[in-house]
Design a protein around this ligand. Structure first.
Ligand SMILES: [Zn+2]
Length: 308
């Protein structure tokens, strides 16, 4: 099974087959909720006190396998991965996940789940290499009632030779594309019009970024998009040296920008070498068009003053 093109019809037959099932190792419980909230820095009072609910984004945490490895995985899912391996797609990278929440989870809920192989994509070529996207859908129940859905997508691929050898291309390497979903589509529509849009809660007027369906402060689902001025300062930054990734050219700085409006976002810094980025440095929004026409907001440091 050397040619990934030949294997696709066979891969396709795995769509709809079970990928796993089982039960959460622990019922929903307050200590795990507390640890999660501390790790995430989430002080929402709904997750604490005498009658807490679990943060919705913990959905998958309740069914994680842990260090002892997968327990409920089906033979079919193992076969699918083995087929991809035999077609040369030996490398794997998680690409994205989507969750839907149907009801709040509370301490004591017993969690059960079923996973299905939802789709296997045709062969795709990415900068990482050529392979297939595999999407699994996990339906999660609390005390037998539907509680949410967790979709998880991986790319099983044959590593591109240039990447495997660590050769970095000077130009033309495709950037990872933003994941646009119904919660953040408005942000990317703004970017396409060269506007940096942030959300303002209609109930408490708190500004927020990244885009979310509800207010983290008061819980209101009502919001209005407002345009940021584009002025900001470097709140913090890191310089990335490793790992090499074809779309980027390390070392480079990744900064947490504090906008004039008071919210923060992660961005590239342009206009200044990575070792000249400083906390507190003023920056200004600009848009860059990268390969294939994708417009991205970045922040530009002012040109250094020339001494006279
Ligand atoms: Zn609010």
């Amino acid at each position: 099974m050397d040619d990934p093109e030949d294997v696709y019809p066979l891969l396709k037959t795995y769509e709809g087959r079970p990928a796993g099932s089982g039960r959460g190792k622990d019922p929903v419980n307050a200590p795990m909720i507390r640890h999660w909230c501390e790790a995430m820095g989430d002080a929402n009072p709904a997750y604490a006190g005498a009658d807490p609910v679990a943060p919705p984004t913990m959905l998958q945490a309740w069914i994680m396998d842990g260090l002892s490895g997968p327990t409920g995985r089906t033979a079919a899912y193992g076969e699918l991965l083995a087929l991809l391996d035999s077609a040369g797609c030996t490398a794997v990278v998680a690409t994205d996940c989507e969750q839907e929440y149907l009801r709040p989870l509370r301490p004591g809920n017993v969690i059960t789940f079923d996973s299905v192989i939802e789709s296997v994509s045709p062969r795709k070529t990415t900068r990482l290499g050529t392979g297939h996207f595999v999407t699994t859908r996990t339906d999660i129940r609390a005390d037998g009632e539907p509680a949410g859905t967790h979709r998880f997508r991986i790319l099983k691929y044959a590593p591109a030779k240039a990447f495997a050898k660590g050769v970095r291309e000077e130009s033309g390497a495709a950037r990872p594309r933003p994941v646009v979903n119904r919660d953040n589509a408005g942000f990317w529509e703004g970017v396409a019009e060269r506007r940096l849009l942030i959300q303002r809660c209609d109930a408490c007027a708190a500004l927020r970024f990244p885009w979310l369906p509800g207010c983290g402060g008061c819980g209101s689902p009502e919001w209005t998009a407002v345009e940021a001025s584009g002025a900001g300062t470097v709140f913090s930054y890191v310089v990335v040296h490793h790992p090499p990734f074809p779309a980027f050219d390390p070392p480079y700085a990744v900064a947490l920008i504090e906008l004039a409006e008071g919210i923060r976002m992660i961005s590239n810094i342009s206009g200044v070498p990575h070792d000249r980025v400083r906390i507190g440095m003023p920056v200004e929004l600009e848009f860059v068009r990268v390969d294939g026409g994708q417009l991205l907001p970045v922040f530009r440091a002012p040109a250094p003053q020339v001494a006279r």
